[in-house]
Design a protein around this ligand. Structure first.
Ligand SMILES: N[C@@H](CCC(=O)N[C@@H](CS)C(=O)NCC(=O)O)C(=O)O
Ligand SMILES: *[C@@H]1O[C@H](CO)[C@@H](O)[C@H](O)[C@H]1NC(C)=O
Length: 225
């Protein structure tokens, strides 16, 4: 049976869980304490020491986007990536774009204050404008009628980003500015497999409050030193 080494609140891990569940793959979930890493994690992922790690027979696969592709190529039912090379390329592009341009700046905005927060918020909104454009005219999901690779890759926007907004007392997902994104979020969160596989929101709020304070302290001390 496949094994997934993960962490309950990690958006990188959840996208892999969603893919496995959509494909109907049975797997064992091994919860990792990322603040006190197990010998198992260090052995499986000595390079980054991060979750998720997928273990499938002798194969050890790391990096959530790489794992999604491995899953899609190994279990062919319910294809996640589109069929056409150009559409596949686009899906990969937007997954990476959101990770680099939106996730990083939204996370920084949650953890920072003042000018730095405003700058990070501006970058987040700028990135989301591009994603909103990409969604215009789409059916239910990025991939059309069925949930696919890009939906899973961007799924954190639907569930984690609103929590980060709450924790950081900020607004990124303005419904007037981002109507297509808001509709997509609803479609995504209402999908039966997604709905059943989300961490409890109240526990997430507590967790990210704590994390954002710790990271704010780290940022402040690195300035002084
Ligand atoms: N790019 C990686 C990111 C994975 C990642 O950052 N995982 C976090 C959990 S949310 C982790 O394991 N952190 C431990 C650490 O950074 O030491 C992926 O997509 O899989
Ligand atoms: C953020 O964007 C607003 C509106 O576009 C602009 O007035 C402001 O100067 C920007 N702030 C920073 C720190 O870049």
């Amino acid at each position: 049976m496949a094994k997934l080494v993960g962490f309950w609140v990690s958006p990188f891990v959840l996208r892999v869980s969603w893919a496995l569940k959509l494909k109907g793959v049975e797997y064992e979930f091994i919860e990792e304490d990322i603040f006190n890493k197990s010998p198992l994690l260090l052995e499986l992922n000595p390079i980054h020491k991060k979750v998720p790690v997928l273990v499938h027979g002798q194969n050890v696969i790391i990096e959530s986007f790489v794992i999604l592709e491995y899953i899609d190529e190994t279990w062919k039912n319910c294809p996640l990536l589109p069929q056409e090379p150009c559409d596949r390329a686009k899906a990969r592009f937007w997954a990476k774009f959101a990770e680099e341009k939106l996730m990083d700046s939204a996370w920084l905005a949650m953890c920072s204050q003042g000018d730095e927060k405003e700058k990070a918020l501006n970058s987040s909104i700028e990135a989301l404008e591009k994603i909103e454009e990409e969604l215009k005219g789409k059916a239910k999901f990025f991939g059309g009628q069925n949930i696919g690779y890009l939906d899973l890759a961007l799924g954190w926007i639907a569930y984690w980003l609103p929590v980060w907004e709450e924790v950081g007392s900020m607004i990124i997902l303005d419904p007037i500015q981002f109507p297509c994104t808001i509709v997509w979020m609803e479609n995504f969160l209402n999908h039966p497999i997604i709905k059943e596989n989300l961490p409890p929101r109240d526990e997430m709020v507590v967790y990210f409050h704590k994390r954002s304070k710790e990271i704010a302290a780290l940022i402040a001390s690195s300035r002084k030193g």
